[in-house]
Ligand binder design. Structure first.
Ligand SMILES: [Zn+2]
Length: 236
């Protein structure tokens, strides 16, 4: 005979698990998880955009420095040209000047590209920020709904937990250890009645009658099902 309090404990624990499982299956809870993931994704994107923006800022600083340098060279060349006398030298200097002007327009093109990219990034920033606002709102309402659901089951959960607490000190230590260990492996219920003398009440598999009878006798009316790992007990 298995301890009746142990079976009672299992029954109450099963109801508690069912209530908690149903709560996690609720739409509000699923929405909460969905919004959480979405928010994380958008925040990751924002971080990436942030890194890109600071990269662009660096590029812009470098380009501005390049422009200043080119302008200085151009000014110097222009000054020198006013003092040049030979036409060969003038040709050479003007070629040099052309080179610098070409360089200048190249850097200016780069700056335009950077600014355009910056604009795109800031547009994306705004887009994502407004999405995040919408998600925060949806998250809040899902969270309120979920809290209300939790609130509604709280009295029953409290009642069941109190019953479990009251039963626990009365339980056979060995049985309870088995119960904890096996249920931790997602096997539930742990204790199942033996049916038809040699069939597991959990997985419905048969075992040789002789083996069942001798094992049951050896272990005080319980034995482990070799197929599903549950503990079978004699029902009467
Ligand atoms: Zn079984």
């Amino acid at each position: 005979m298995i301890q009746q309090q142990m079976l009672e404990y299992q029954k109450i624990d099963g109801e508690l698990n069912r209530i908690e499982r149903d709560l996690r299956k609720s739409e509000a809870y699923q929405n909460l998880r969905k919004y959480k993931t979405l928010r994380q994704d958008y925040e990751d994107t924002l971080n990436k955009l942030d890194a890109k923006a600071s990269d662009l800022k660096n590029k812009l600083t470098q380009a501005k420095q390049a422009v200043a340098k080119i302008n200085a060279v151009i000014e110097e060349l222009t000054n020198e040209m006013t003092h040049v006398e030979s036409s060969d030298e003038l040709k050479y200097m003007s070629k040099k000047l052309d080179e610098q002007l070409k360089l200048l327009s190249q850097v200016e093109g780069e700056i335009r590209d950077v600014l355009r990219e910056g604009e795109e990034i800031s547009k994306k920033f705004e887009e994502i920020n407004s999405k995040l606002v919408a998600i925060a709102k949806a998250y809040k309402s899902a969270s309120e709904e979920f809290e209300a659901q939790k609130e509604s089951i709280n009295p029953r959960v409290k009642e069941l937990r109190e019953k479990l607490d009251a039963l626990k000190p009365q339980l056979d230590k060995k049985l309870f250890e088995m119960y904890e260990r096996i249920s931790a492996g997602k096997v539930f219920p742990v204790f199942v009645p033996l049916s038809d003398g040699n069939r597991c009440g959990g997985c419905r598999m048969d075992m040789p009658l002789g083996v069942v009878e001798s094992e049951m006798q050896k272990h005080g009316g319980i034995m482990r099902c070799e197929h599903c790992g549950r503990i079978m007990y004699k029902a009467d």
